[in-house]
Ligand binder design. Structure first.
Ligand code: PLP
Length: 317
C-alpha cells in the first residue's frame, strides 16, 4: 500500500491541512472468508470530518464564480458537521458565517461552530428527534435570510461544487489502495454530496466498482419510500437529496440504527477507530457487502467523523 498520500506537509494555513487522510484495513471485526474492508479515516481533517473537503470546495467554487467576495456573509443550514467545516473555512478566509441548526444535533457540534466564529440560530426540534419536517424547516429559514443583499447561501443540498472536494478523496482512495482495485464502496447519505462526488470518480476510473447508498432502517425513504424517525446525525434528511443521481449508485441498503451504534462501539474497542454513528452505519453495511463478495475482494467505506463529537449523545453509553 502506498503511504505518500498519508503524509501531511507544512502548510501556511489550516486549509492546507484538509485531505490526505489515512486508509486503514480492518483487522479484527471482519469475519473469515469476507472481502477486505478498508476505512478512510476522514476524522483526520481539521474539524474532524469529511465535510471540510466540501466546505473548501464550495467556498472556493463561489469565489472563482465571483458570487462570493470579501465583506459578504456565508449562510447555511446544517446539523453541525457542515457548519463546523464552513465556520473553519470562513474563519481562515475572513468571511462572516451565519448558521441555522437545531437542538436535535450533537451539542459538541453546536459549540464547535460557535467557537469557530459562527453566528448560530436554532430551529426547535421535537424532543431532540430528527423528525421529517426538521431539515425542511431549517432550509426555509436559511432561504428567507439568504434573500438579503450581501449573503452567499452555500446550499449544500444543491451545490455540485462539493463534488470537487470529494473527487480528491476518491483520488486518494484509489492511489492508497493500488495495486488493488476498489470492488465496492458504500456510504450513508445526507446531502449525498460525499457519495456522489466519490462515486463519480471511482466509477470513471473503474466502472465495475459497485456503489451502495445507505440510510437508517427506521427512516427508509430511499429504499422503501417511507419517512421515519431516527437519531443518526447528518443522514436520512427526510427527503430525497437532489444531488443523489441514479447513474452513480447500484444499490440502496437500510441499516438498523442499533447495529450501527454497536458497530461504532466495536470499531473503537476492537480496531481502535473512534468514530461517530454514521461511521458505525457505514462499517456495518461494509461488513455485510464484504461477506457477500467473499475473500479476494475489497470494500471501501469512510469514517465520516470522530466519536469525540458524540460522547454526550449516549452513543458510547
Ligand atoms: C456525521 C455525518 N455523516 C454523514 C453525513 C452525510 O454526508 P453527505 O451530506 O455528504 O451525504 C453527514 C452530513 O452532514 C454527517 O454530518
Amino acid at each position: 500500500m502506498k503511504t505518500e498520500a498519508n503524509s501531511k506537509i507544512y502548510t501556511h494555513s489550516i486549509l492546507g491541512a484538509i485531505g490526505k487522510t489515512p486508509v486503514v484495513r480492518l483487522r479484527h471485526i471482519v469475519p473469515p472468508n469476507s472481502a477486505d474492508v478498508y476505512v478512510k479515516l476522514e476524522y483526520f481533517n481539521p474539524t474532524g470530518s469529511y465535510k471540510d473537503r466540501m466546505a473548501l470546495a464550495i467556498i472556493e467554487g463561489a469565489e472563482q464564480k465571483g458570487i462570493l467576495s470579501s465583506g459578504m456573509t456565508v449562510i447555511e443550514c446544517t446539523g453541525g458537521s457542515t457548519g463546523t467545516s464552513l465556520a473553519m473555512v470562513c474563519r481562515a478566509k475572513g468571511y462572516r458565517f451565519k448558521v441555522i441548526s437545531s437542538d436535535a444535533f450533537a451539542k459538541e457540534k453546536l459549540q464547535a461552530m460557535q467557537l469557530l466564529g459562527a453566528e448560530l440560530e436554532l430551529e426547535p426540534s421535537d424532543g431532540g428527534k430528527i423528525t421529517p419536517d426538521l431539515v425542511p424547516r431549517m432550509i426555509k429559514r436559511a432561504e428567507n435570510l439568504a434573500g438579503q443583499p450581501g449573503y452567499f447561501f452555500t446550499r449544500q443540498f444543491y451545490n455540485e461544487d462539493a463534488f470537487v472536494g470529494y473527487q480528491k478523496m476518491a483520488e486518494e482512495m484509489i492511489s492508497q489502495l493500488l495495486p488493488q482495485r476498489i470492488d465496492a464502496f458504500c456510504g450513508a447519505v445526507g446531502t449525498a454530496g460525499m457519495l456522489m462526488g466519490t462515486s463519480k470518480y471511482l466509477k470513471k476510473v473503474n466502472p465495475t466498482t459497485k456503489v451502495t447508498v445507505l440510510e437508517p432502517a427506521s427512516a427508509p425513504l430511499l429504499s422503501r419510500g417511507e419517512k421515519g424517525i431516527h437519531k443518526v446525525d447528518g443522514i436520512g434528511v427526510g427527503f430525497v437529496p437532489p444531488l443523489l443521481n441514479k447513474d452513480f449508485y447500484d444499490d440502496i441498503r437500510a441499516v438498523d440504527e442499533t447495529e450501527a451504534r454497536a458497530t461504532a462501539k466495536k470499531l473503537a474497542a476492537e480496531e481502535g477507530i473512534f468514530a461517530g454513528t454514521s461511521t458505525g452505519l457505514n462499517v456495518a453495511a461494509a461488513l455485510k457487502i464484504a461477506a457477500q463478495l467473499g475473500a479476494g475482494h475489497t470494500v471501501m467505506t469512510v469514517a465520516c467523523d470522530t466519536g469525540l463529537k458524540y460522547l454526550s449523545s449516549g452513543l458510547f453509553d
